[in-house]
Design a protein around this ligand. Sequence first.
Ligand code: DGL
Length: 283
Amino acid sequence: MSSPANPAPTIGVFDSGFGGLTVLRALIDRMPGARFAFIGDTARLPYGSKSRRTIARYAVESAQFLVREQGAEFLVIACNTASALALDAIQDAVPVPVLGVIEPGASAARAASRTGDVLVIATDATVQSHAYAEACRAQGMRALEKACPLLVPLVEEGWTSHPVTAEVIGIYLDELNTEAAAHNLHADTLVLGCTHYPLLRPLIERVIARVGPSGMQVIDSAEAAAEAAVRLFNGRVAPTATGTAQPTEIRCFATDSVEKFERLGSRFLGRPVGHVELVDLGG
Ligand code: DGL
């Protein structure tokens, strides 16, 4: 929905919580002057340990809120778990184009990998769905996925450079490397398949330098999704592309404590989130 102040259509961005602000941040960097409505379903977070049926129900409610109540004309599903398990359900439920993060992540891996073998770290639900493995296979690659359930709470605790977090990452990557060797994979690319992991990227890169394999490239699915969104939406949503300079507009909604969202969200957005509005999507 455009407004007299800003003629650009609204891009709706959805996540299970505030981790998806990493995707919003990447979108803002690439689409200055666009209008964004972001909802974090913080009341029902985490999605990463829930079933497909529950994730789809929750995600559809948020998507419908963005389209019906905020007039979003495009949706970006920032949540890897919702993209992996509920993209079809969301696309069926709303009459606007919907972009998830899995395909862009796989495409970025395809562009980066020389061996065609990639590693993916993500939530338990994303890994169980094998959405990344399938997306990689469709692009001619082999992918090995690993659930890293301890990383989301560590990031939310703010322990993004803590030695305990480095230790945990080291254990996960060691296990992944052992498994990759057992499968005779020559992986040269690691996909960060969760909204929270971009905040761990410097630490992950330091750990890779220690445990190997050397030369491993790290793909941030938030950046990859933002690139794909620009390709899909540009011209229609980026006023800079049409020569008009509008201020970027951002409205943030959360389904639970707006104070916590405002406090923690700025870490993910890289700037103050500002005023967050509470919204009730039901149980
Ligand atoms: N947003 C989720 C994802 O990207 C991580 C947090 C959660 O489990 O809800 O997979």
